[in-house]
Design a binder for this molecule. Sequence first.
Ligand code: HEC
Length: 133
Amino acid sequence: MKKTRFAIATLMTVVLGSAAIADAGAAPTSISAGVYTQEQAAAGKDLFDRSCSTCHNADYYKTVFQTWRGQPLMYLFEQVMSAMPADNPGSFSDAEYEDIMAYVLQLTGFPSGAARLQYGGGGMREIAIEPAS
Ligand code: HEC
């Protein structure tokens, strides 16, 4: 009996402990929290200049962020992956789309951070879109 209680107490400690750890390392919660790296945006600029800038400018993306505010960045990212560039949809790799999105965030005034913007793993679901200032 005592042994069982001890085991449960230990288990609780482990569960609560890992919850605390998960919290401490929590993913950024919005696009203003620094969700891409400088290197990514630099790589994305080339692709963007070649494949996106003919049809949209920075102001266009500000309108898009305004429209999509509060929604997970993942939804917009998937929309872009499947529909853009409009003249050749889906023509980039996941990593290239990540770089392009990083550059779009930089272009619209959102800060960079320490971690790469990444589609794999689903972290973008926790990143909310905010209007650009
Ligand atoms: C040939 C022209 C063209 C090119 C090139 C192009 N787009 Fe678009 N894009 C469009 C059109 C047209 C729409 C739809 C506009 C609308 O419905 O408001 C659109 C919409 C979008 C939207 C808004 C999506 C939404 O549902 O709100 C985003 C974001 C976007 N494009 C990003 C990109 C990116 C990033 C690239 C480069 C990889 C790109 N576009 C290249 C024409 C283009």
